[in-house]
Design a binder for this molecule. Sequence first.
Ligand SMILES: [Zn+2]
Length: 242
Amino acid sequence: MCRCIQSKSPLKGYVLIVPNDPTKGIVKCTCLEKRESDMHSRAGLSNSGLTERDLIYTPEDYLGVKSRRNLAFCEKFINEFGAYSGYIVYFYGAVGTQKSTVSRWIGATLIKQGRTVLYTSQQAIINNLMDFSQEKDWMKIYRTRDLLIIDEVFDADKSVVYSTGNHLPHFDRLIRERHASQKPILFISNIAPGDIDIKKFGSGLKDYMCRNLIYGNALEFKDNYVSELSGDRKTATDLFSF
Ligand SMILES: [Zn+2]
């Protein structure tokens, strides 16, 4: 039982400063503070692309040891979030290597801390930015969230590449505008940054990405747990032999 229930405070969620003397005033109880912060987190989740499930993930839920040290970097990124303004964080690895799960945990944790986050895919961004019938100002949404997480980037199979190349300026502009306003982006891809196909995504964009990587490095994820279940998928080590 919480101490606000035991306390003779007239308001639930509050505790008397001096026990048995309501004239000395009341303070918020820890249970109310927790309820308020949970409510705040849930509000932050709406329109974030993340769910309550992401709020309960912890680094202890990560499976495997090969890329576990990436989690330490991620915790540093969360705790020192303001220090990474304008940088690009790049996760890559095969399907099932927990890249999305880890990035969703980062997003949810930042929401808990009161930051604004959007988790989306490259295809969704391109579709929204090229659909001029939309009333929503997507560019503004993508530009202003404290962290933008873009899944399935630079993967020609997952992202419909318009033969005209008309999509490039929009995507390119978004990345540069976020950089200009000192806001980080987290990219998730099956492709190592050095292997981005410049025919499909442009050499300018690729060079720009590689130049602005946090600590000059991308984070490779190698702990593949989907392949062991389905059997037919390649592991990250098979795809990128370095
Ligand atoms: Zn209480």
